[in-house]
Ligand binder design. Sequence first.
Ligand code: G3I
Length: 345
Amino acid sequence: DQSLRALAADHGLYVGTAIDVGALSDPTYSQIAASQFSTVTAENAMKWETIEPERGVYNWAPAEQFMAFAKAHDQKVRGHVLVWQNQLPAWLTEGVADGSISKAELRGILHDYITAVVTHFQGRIWQWDVVNEAVTDPWDSPDGHITYKGFWYENLGAGYIADAFRWARAADRQALLTYNDYNIDAFGDGGPLDKTQFVYDMVKDLRAQGVPIDVVGSQAHLSTRYGNYSPFQIADAQQKFASLGVATALTEVDVRNLMPAEQTGDTMNPLLQAQAYDYSALMQGCLASRHCISYTVWGFDDGHSWTNTWDFGAGAGAEAMATLYTADYQPKLAYRAIQADLAFT
Ligand code: G3I
């Protein structure tokens, strides 16, 4: 069995994908999702706007459809996501904006939501993404340093992060609790604009206070447009985070190409080669670190990828084709590269 999941099992590693619940009715999509991956993450079905679209009205059906798929195929589940500034329900953001939800009430709402969701799925989640994308990037830090950002920080202050982890742990003692972010795949110069360093210091401080953070998740949304990380840089970051006593995970891997890159038969295509290199560097870095527990791609086929509609600066969908398979489900060079990493290392 040369599937990614079988090969990864020999390393004690879980290899995963985000799942678009709406795509599960496509038999080829389902067949690949089931056979290649040993862990799954709901791409959207477990976000707050979906789970609690109206205040106090819970909608578990899409998430449960996803959970049933995972169970049927013996896949571990990464719960995504409890606390994030995006895809919040309108009743919540509008209530805060118009003052009908006070800040004190907001903290209670967050507590109750985390408790309700973690309790609902208790015993069925391997890793929870508890707090997602809580800090700025260099380009949105006009005062020259990385800091906290977003709806929760603006309304509750940075203390919500420790609260969220404690509330999650209280509702599920077994699930691994993750801080998840992008652009933390490698360390920079250690200075005030080094986001990886900021997250490292934050996790160190939180753990020193006894906050139950078990995993640092590096999303690894990469693009061949901005150069490459070497396996060494990835392994180094995984090891440094692990030195804090946490496990690490690569949680949302994809590697975009400026279009057009879709000459899939052409094994010499430099864009596809560069993409394969990035996927491989992440896999080799993960394998080199004994603390990296999962390697999850954010969608496995170019037909179902958020990059198809997102504007990364070159226009919507102009920087895409970011996954392991073509839109007609042919494995790309990137697939062969990580398969080889798993088979030969
Ligand atoms: O469900 C509605 C549908 O009813 C409507 O007709 C349609 C029209 O726009 O929109 C649909 O919602 C879209 C949703 O995905 C479900 O497909 C939203 O517009 C779209 O913005 C949303 O994008 C998701 C994005 O998060 C938004 O926050 C992507 O699918 C999802 O891949 C992406 O995932 C995030 C991770 O959660 C966190 N890390 C970054 C990653 C990539 O942005």
